[in-house]
Write a protein that binds this ligand. Structure first.
Ligand code: ADP
Length: 453
């Protein structure tokens, strides 16, 4: 009875006894309270009614109230209270027992609970996704407006039914993960969805909550993107391929012209012919590189991948660079390289392009190129280091884009070499980057997944 104020009134309606709970609740000591009328504990606006409470208690045996009551310090609190008539054995009125309980805190909790419930309900109803809760056996216990709209069932038809009616069973243990699947409407039609599952466990109850997003639009856009990407790739490949034929004619006839008429026309004509030959040769390189690049735009098939000894792959690449190495007096050294799963021809081209650049962009010193590999967690980090002219750090990102060059015709090349390297590394599930300073050489790094061995 700690939280209850109990006091007795004499038949004259003033306090006759006062307990500790009453002191705690109303703030008056017993000495202060005894002799006070009941309305001393009621706010002024209610005092006029207090006599009628006594009448009700006397005639009906009991008055029940609820409302604001007043403490000694003037503060108010919400109370539930009763006034009961006390009679002796001959049924004559002895006085009254007043009992009050402070319910302010409970009301506040109830109110904030109601508020958060209302907020949650509003949130659920306005959500862009369908939200469905189920009990332990998978029966639907809650569905929002979007769920009705998505699935075409009125809410009443959803409640109590199994979630299986809308979605195929999701793999267990997928809690909090997003899964793509296909959902079914009332009319039997299907649509792609992304489902996020989570659980709300309380002491006596397990609720699973599915948040469902209709991804029809996204799927359509993805498909559209894939289609236009394929079209573009095919277009670039065919264009690059078909342009080579007329170009061959232009190249061979201008070379023919050069050979036969050099020195027989005027000096301007000789110069013009030289420009045409150089332009045609440059275009040939460009078209070859575009074609090489576009073939890397399709996903590789799993059969293309093999276990490769990278020492062998590097040897193959160096074989294709013999002339450049000899001509530049380059020294290429390497540490033992690992074996890894990959596409041999592509990884050879990757080494070849990087080493070719290391020779091409050399400084005054003879090129020294060193290749090494180190294991870093689940991958190999392989690097090709040179002592060449280096690259301004501002440009280290853009050199991997196709046809981005930092140099003019003083260095041969189309600007596709590093873009091809990046595509190859991407297709092998790795990353490529460079660490370089002008005048201090460059080190190109790429990663390849290390197979668990
Ligand atoms: P290309 O060599 O045909 O110009 P790449 O895509 O191979 O095209 O290289 C892009 C640019 O990156 C080059 O123009 C060059 O400026 C720079 N680059 C590439 N490799 C090196 C290197 N080892 N040292 C210095 N600069 C380099």
């Amino acid at each position: 009875m700690r939280d209850y104020a109990i006091f007795r009134f004499g038949p004259d309606g003033t306090v006759a006894s006062w307990n500790a709970g009453a002191e705690r609740l109303f703030g008056f000591s017993a000495a202060e309270a005894i002799g006070k009328p009941l309305d001393a504990f009621f706010p002024p606006e209610e005092r006029a009614q207090v006599p009628s409470y006594f009448i009700e208690a006397a005639t009906r045996g009991r008055w029940d109230g609820s409302g604001w009551r007043l403490r000694r310090d003037g503060e108010r609190f919400r109370a539930l209270d009763t006034l009961t008539a006390a009679r002796d054995s001959r049924d004559s009125l002895e006085g009254y027992i007043y009992l009050a309980h402070n319910v302010s805190e409970r009301l506040e909790i109830e109110q904030s609970l109601r508020r958060s419930e209302a907020t949650l309900a509003a949130l659920l109803e306005s959500a862009a996704q369908a939200v469905i809760a189920t009990d332990e056996s998978g029966r639907i216990t809650l569905a929002n407006a979007r769920a009705e709209e998505y699935f075409g069932y009125p809410r009443a038809e959803l409640l109590g039914r199994s979630l299986d009616m809308l979605l195929p069973a999701l793999p267990p243990g997928e809690a909090a993960k997003r899964v793509e699947t296909v959902a079914r409407r009332k009319d039997g039609s299907e649509f792609p969805v992304e489902v996020g599952m989570s659980r709300a466990d309380t002491d006596d109850n397990v609720t699973a909550i599915a948040i469902i997003t209709d991804i029809t639009e996204r799927k359509r856009a993805e498909q559209e993107l894939r289609r236009s990407h394929d079209d573009l790739r095919r277009f670039a490949f065919i264009a690059a391929h078909d342009l080579q034929e007329p170009l061959r004619a232009v190249t061979s006839y201008t070379q023919f012209l050069e050979k036969r008429y050099k020195g027989r026309l005027d000096p301007d004509a000789d110069e013009f012919i030289r420009y045409i030959v150089a332009g045609a040769l440059r275009m040939k390189v460009l078209l070859r590189d575009v074609q090489a690049y576009t073939t890397l735009l399709t996903d590789p098939s799993p059969e293309q991948r093999q276990m490769l000894d990278l020492n062998e792959v590097l040897r193959l690449a160096l074989g294709g660079l013999k002339e450049q190495i000899a001509e530049a007096h380059a020294e290429v050294t390497h540490e033992p390289l690992p074996s890894t799963l990959g596409i041999g021809s592509e990884l050879a081209l990757l080494f070849q392009n990087l080493i070719d650049n290391a020779i091409k962009y050399r400084s005054a010193a003879a090129p020294r190129i060193h290749i090494r590999a180190r294991r870093s967690g689940p991958e190999w980090v392989i690097s090709v280091q040179d002592n060449g002219i280096g690259i301004d750090p501002r440009h280290v990102e853009q050199i991997f884009s196709i046809f981005r060059r930092l140099h003019g015709p003083e260095f041969s090349g189309s600007g596709a070499g590093l873009a091809i390297c990046k595509k190859i590394v991407d297709r092998h599930g790795g990353r490529i980057w460079v660490d370089s300073r002008p005048g201090e050489g460059s080190e190109f790094y790429f990663t390849l997944p290390a197979e668990a061995s």
